[in-house]
Design a protein around this ligand. Structure first.
Ligand SMILES: Cc1cc2nc3c(=O)[nH]c(=O)nc-3n(C[C@H](O)[C@H](O)[C@H](O)COP(=O)(O)OP(=O)(O)OC[C@H]3O[C@@H](n4cnc5c(N)ncnc54)[C@H](O)[C@@H]3O)c2cc1C
Length: 575
């Protein structure tokens, strides 16, 4: 059965949207054995969390930063290509805005993109001033390169292809420099399970599990006047992803359970050039950055045909969704499980100097980019949707902010433009820190007591993780259809019904989060009956249906059912 026209609010039990979706409010976690408090709790230590915490520390009395494993773990340190900003005098924020809107396929929020592109250059210069060492040209200016979808050289990079590592290093060094400051506390190995709310649903803290020593160990509660979720992506919901193991969508799932609005979660970016390591390879896979194509590498099929030529005016540097789709099409045509990236003509010396990490990783795995064609195929890379926020990073729940990949500021629309995500984390972290400090100074967000939390619902055992990933990959991956999504939804419902584990712990919390994220992603992908950006429906292959020019929203109601709604976006000039 086909879904109705967009616009109507619908519960997930609507027959067109598959089986009813009931998401519990709490995960089983046990009674908190300890409590701590701060003005603000920041969850996550990627570019978004670290930047927010560092800026807040200068403005509020007490900031608590908690992170699931160690400070450096997260997608940020894996970022290769760089960070986009109109830093070249020949470039302009207006041109960056235009490229971003085109990549976003007509559903970016223009005010959010405007903030990103206008504030971006200053934020990047501040990062340099903080100590991040970017690659420089002969004149000592930032060396800029180009990536897919950009019409100017505007990608600043560090260590050749180790931009994220350098940004993470610089931010962590800045944090260590103030670690004796009583205004900031950091707890590593602290997994946030759920959000605490008062009787009026204002978010006032988190429940978390700490592997620590002394008083802060096991399950506890961190109370705060505001909570900033900066928990990154959801890549582990699929079998193959470029994301590290911590990317299990925990923040997104916790926000969903607490009743925050999630937006555009069907828009998942599959990176076109992930090194193909053989059938059945799972978990984090090695990425071959777009910047390699930016420097002149190109895609070929098994017969050596450059299939991107004539497919898009930017050929191999077309936006990611276009390249991913072209690769999937060519794989179907040839019956192969990958295509090839040819970088051989760039030469050994250049490749080693410009892409030292990628070359080293390829060689470890038996490929020499200076000699070999590299087998590549698309894999999950980035979540363009997330917890809906406004321009100050506020979610729909009072007291809850979201920043970085877990958020949906409206910057990315249906498809993130390359290297805009580090920039989004940076720009919106500043906005969030400024908004929270202004509100606290104005006496807003007074401390409140969390309402008593009833016992949580049974968890999915950690062993079910591969089943969730297999179902998501098979039916809700790079190419979906009503039939494949229905199959995935049914499998996830069966898995949810089998959730019987009463053994709370990181494995079962993460796996249950993957289930909840998978369920709402599948629901949103079922709702949107068109192909746009990162959302490719084989049963609706025609590109961008004007009726669907807008955002899909999902929200869990008090009874646990998830309701969908649609918000049109004004038409944009993408010429
Ligand atoms: C291989 C790769 C290459 C990329 N290249 C680029 C690029 O060149 N340019 C670009 O702009 N973007 C790139 N991206 C995307 C970009 O790196 C990410 O979108 C960005 O770093 C996200 O930052 P973040 O701070 O939101 O999240 P992350 O850096 O992922 O940090 C999330 C943090 O939250 C913590 N966390 C998660 N769950 C919990 C929990 N339950 N409790 C406590 N803590 C938790 C994690 O441990 C981590 O510290 C790349 C991504 C990958 C994976």
């Amino acid at each position: 059965m086909s879904a109705d026209r967009p616009g109507a609010d619908r519960p997930s039990g609507d027959p067109a949207l598959g089986p009813p979706l009931a998401v519990p409010r709490w995960l089983v976690s046990g009674e908190p054995g300890w409590t701590t408090s701060a003005d603000v709790v920041v969850v996550g230590s990627g570019i978004a969390g670290l930047t927010t915490a560092l800026r807040l520390r200068q403005r509020v009395d007490r900031v608590l930063l908690v992170t699931k494993t160690v400070l450096s773990e997260g997608s940020t340190q894996w970022a290769q290509g760089g960070i986009a900003a109109a830093l070249d005098p020949a470039d302009s924020p207006q041109e960056h805005l235009h490229d971003t809107l085109v990549a976003g396929c007509g559903i970016c929020d223009v005010p959010a993109v405007t903030a990103l592109v206008h504030e971006g250059p200053e934020r990047v210069r501040e990062l340099v001033a903080l100590g991040a060492e970017f690659d420089l040209d002969e004149e000592g200016e930032l060396r800029l390169t180009r990536e897919g979808g950009h019409h100017r050289d505007r990608i600043a990079h560090a260590g050749g292809d180790a931009t994220g590592k350098e940004i993470s290093r610089a931010l962590i060094a800045a944090l260590h420099a103030v670690q004796d400051d009583p205004g900031i506390e950091v707890i590593e190995h602290a997994l946030v399970v759920d959000l605490l709310q008062d009787v009026d649903e204002r978010v006032c803290g988190v429940t978390l599990h700490v592997i620590g020593e002394g008083q802060i160990d096991g399950v506890g509660a961190a109370l705060a006047r505001a909570v900033v979720l900066a928990t990154g992506g959801l890549g582990q919901v699929y079998s193959a992803t470029t994301n590290p193991s911590v990317a299990t969508g925990d923040g997104l799932a916790a926000a969903l359970r607490a009743g925050a609005v999630l937006t555009d979660v069907e828009f998942v970016q599959f990176h076109p050039t992930v090194l193909w390591l053989g059938e059945g390879s799972s978990g984090q896979q090695p990425l071959i950055s777009e910047a390699v194509r930016g420097e002149g590498a190109f895609l070929v099929d098994r017969d050596g045909v450059r299939f991107m030529q004539g497919r898009h005016p930017l050929a191999d540097l077309a936006p990611r969704d276009v390249v991913s789709r072209a690769i999937v099409d060519r794989m179907h045509e040839t019956g192969e499980q990958h295509v090839f990236l040819d970088a051989r003509h760039l030469g050994r010396e250049f490749l080693e100097q410009r892409f030292p990490s990628i070359v080293a990783r390829c060689r470890e795995l038996g490929f020499d980019p200076a000699v070999d064609l590299l087998p590549v195929a698309p894999a999950q890379h980035y979540a363009s949707g997330g917890v809906r926020t406004d321009l100050e990073g506020r979610s729909s729940l009072d007291g809850l902010y979201a920043c970085g990949e877990v958020s949906c500021t409206g910057v990315h629309g249906a498809n993130r433009l390359a290297s805009n995500s580090l920039l989004e984390g940076l720009v919106f972290a500043h906005r969030i820190a400024d908004d929270i400090s202004a509100r606290l100074a104005a006496g807003e967000l007074p401390p409140v007591e969390p309402a008593p939390a009833p016992a949580g619902t049974a968890l999915l055992d950690g062993s079910a993780r591969v089943q969730v990933q297999a179902a998501m990959t098979a039916g809700a991956g790079a190419v979906r259809s009503a039939g494949s999504l229905a199959q995935t939804a049914a499998t996830l419902v069966e898995l949810a019904a089998a959730a019987t584990s009463e053994e709370p712990g990181p494995e079962s919390w993460e796996t249950t989060n993957l289930l909840h994220v998978g369920q709402v992603l599948t629901l949103a992908a079922t709702l949107r009956e068109e192909t746009r950006g990162g959302h490719v429906r084989s049963d609706h292959p025609e590109l961008v249906d004007p009726d669907w020019r807008g955002h899909t929203h999902l929200v869990r109601g008090a009874d646990g059912t998830v309701t969908t709604s649609f918000e049109p976006v004004p038409e944009q000039d993408l010429a």
